[in-house]
Design a protein around this ligand. Structure first.
Ligand SMILES: NC(=O)c1ccc[n+]([C@@H]2O[C@H](COP(=O)([O-])OP(=O)(O)OC[C@H]3O[C@@H](n4cnc5c(N)ncnc54)[C@H](OP(=O)(O)O)[C@@H]3O)[C@@H](O)[C@H]2O)c1
Length: 275
């Protein structure tokens, strides 16, 4: 069994998107395990609810309302975070958005927001906290990407493209850190759909092979991956076969995705009810 290498206890952990879904659930376990938490989200009420829920754990929790689609807001919030909480040991870039519209139905602003939050924010947030990690030669940058970062599908053109960017971000950063012989680590997470509400209405055609994941299961796997310094987590396991399917002719690849129902998975998408 792998020894835990990235301990949550006494680590300062910055979680983006902590007001809801996976972010809130990760915060619960990290707080229970004795982390110092720094929580960012654009949703002030949700963030306050996460904060209130964590009070019982007595973990130190600092929250910042920050719109990750705004580069200046990220810079200002990062400066406040560093001044208030010191360097970050584990950065979990988790916040994400989906519009669920076709290329032509999406408004320009939808597409820009998707890229700003799912892709560009990775750059701005990581550039703010990586220098202190490099200076101390320790730290962990976690990118919550998606299986949509490995395979494209309809009604998710902007989302899949932004998540492909997230996967490329993690891999390229990993190589930069290796070249520097840095002990700063990266982990990329690529889950299929998870029933947090973000993708409410999506379907899977072959649930025994490609199930919609339970949030509790997904969070357990993500936290285990971080603790054990795993570099890449793809779930469910069958999604790994997309790498192999890429060697097939495109028509065969598309037929496999049709069989699995991936290409029609968004047909009934409703998404999260606005709060
Ligand atoms: N759920 C899935 O099926 C699934 C599958 C694969 C990967 N993922 C990825 O997993 C991550 C977490 O997803 P989730 O299911 O937990 O979604 P979620 O419940 O919607 O949580 C995402 C959080 O990010 C926040 N956020 C959105 N835009 C933001 C912005 N501009 N600035 C700061 N925070 C912002 C959201 O606030 P608002 O609610 O106000 O927007 C929300 O609190 C995302 O990166 C997602 O792409 C999810």
């Amino acid at each position: 069994m792998n020894e835990p290498m990235t301990a949550f206890r006494d680590s300062t952990i910055l979680l983006t998107g902590a007001a809801s879904g996976l972010g809130r659930m990760m915060a619960r376990t990290m707080a229970a395990e004795g982390a110092r938490l720094v929580l960012w989200d654009v949703d002030a009420r949700g963030l306050e609810a996460t904060h209130a829920e964590l009070a019982a754990t007595r973990a130190p929790v600092t929250t910042y309302v920050c719109d990750l689609s705004d580069r200046a807001a990220i810079a200002a919030t990062a400066a406040r975070t560093l001044a208030d909480c010191g360097p970050v040991d584990i950065l979990v870039n988790n916040a994400g958005v989906v519009s669920g519209k076709t290329l032509l139905d999406a408004a320009d602003a939808d597409i820009e927001r998707t890229f700003a939050v799912n892709a560009l924010a990775l750059f701005w947030v990581t550039r703010a906290f990586l220098p202190a990690m490099l200076a101390r030669n320790r730290g962990h940058v976690v990118t919550i990407a998606s299986a949509a970062g490995l395979v494209g599908t309809s009604r998710l053109v902007d989302y899949c493209a932004s998540k492909h960017a997230a996967v490329g971000f993690d891999e390229s950063l990993r190589f930069e850190l290796r070249r520097e012989r840095s002990k700063v680590l990266t982990t990329v997470v690529c889950p299929f759909y998870i029933s947090t509400g973000m993708f409410a209405g999506v379907r899977t055609r072959v649930p025994w092979l490609l199930p919609i994941l339970e949030p509790e299961y997904a969070v357990r796997r993500i936290l285990a991956a971080i603790r054990t310094d795993r570099r890449r987590l793809i779930m469910p396991r069958v999604v790994v076969t997309t790498y192999l399917a890429r060697v097939l002719p495109v028509a065969a690849f598309d037929a496999i995705m049709d069989f699995l129902g991936v290409s029609r998975s968004m047909d009934e998408f409703r998404g999260r009810t606005p709060h």
